[in-house]
Write a protein that binds this ligand. Sequence first.
Ligand code: PAF
Length: 300
Amino acid sequence: MAKTVKKDLVLSACVEINCCKLLVINNVSDLTLQISELKSLGKKIGFVPTMGALHIGHASLMKRSVRENDITVVSIFVNPRQFNNPEDLAKYPRTIETDIEFVEKTGVDIVFIPEEDDVYPVNFSVPEVDLGRLEVLMEGRMRPGHFDGVVQVLTRFFQLVQPDNAYFGLKDFQQVAVVRKMVEYLHLPVNIIACPIYRESSGLAFSSRNQRLTEAQKEEALFIYKSLLKAKELAKKMTPVQIAEIMKQDYSDSSMELEYFEIVDPVTLESLTDEWTPDAVACVVAYVGEVRLIDNMQLN
Ligand code: PAF
């Protein structure tokens, strides 16, 4: 069970936070007390939002935040509003006890593990953010409402944590673009820091969803990484549309089910066809069994 921070301990714990162990906070009022005290002391706050089932990719974000800020706050909250598929939400791995131990080892100061009704109180006003084309491209197209949910939870967390810096993994390439757009649109005073994808030695990108894969499925999932490497090689001599066609054929000959393979402009995320733009990115989503995996790679 998560340790609950008693209100009367909050402020004294806060003052000594740099030499204290991880503080586990389960509700908004305790978090608010902590943050206002930290802000009044002029502390620089780094924030790593997560949905738990933590892995080395998350650890890299946490460690970077610990290096670059006075205080690091990690949130663990499986946000129901960003799941368009109820089955996916139900099956999302939840490993809170091991997650807390994991966070403790990274040097993080505060882990915030709220309940849904604290994140979304009855008077929660849904932010209006125009994401433009990001809403209809790739993840926006395949998971209607997903980015609305991401925007809702992050505006709420940014409001509560008031971070100077917030850290996101580039595995969710489009999510990083959405968060940047949201911050710009709402004029939020936070730097968004995008961190590289972490891969297992095999090349498989670390993902919370990997916990749902058997060893055999993990082998199968390597096809994704190999397809990205192949696309990178082909990018030396072919157009984006030619490569995307080859990829579709490769996936249909494989055991994996491809949802999309697109080569996109790194800024607009629009699909490229005959012309390359610098730093084009190949974005892929494919299923191994029932598990939806996402990955990407910069090609040129
Ligand atoms: O990337 C994730 O894990 C989630 O989308 C995030 C950023 C924690 C918001 O729920």
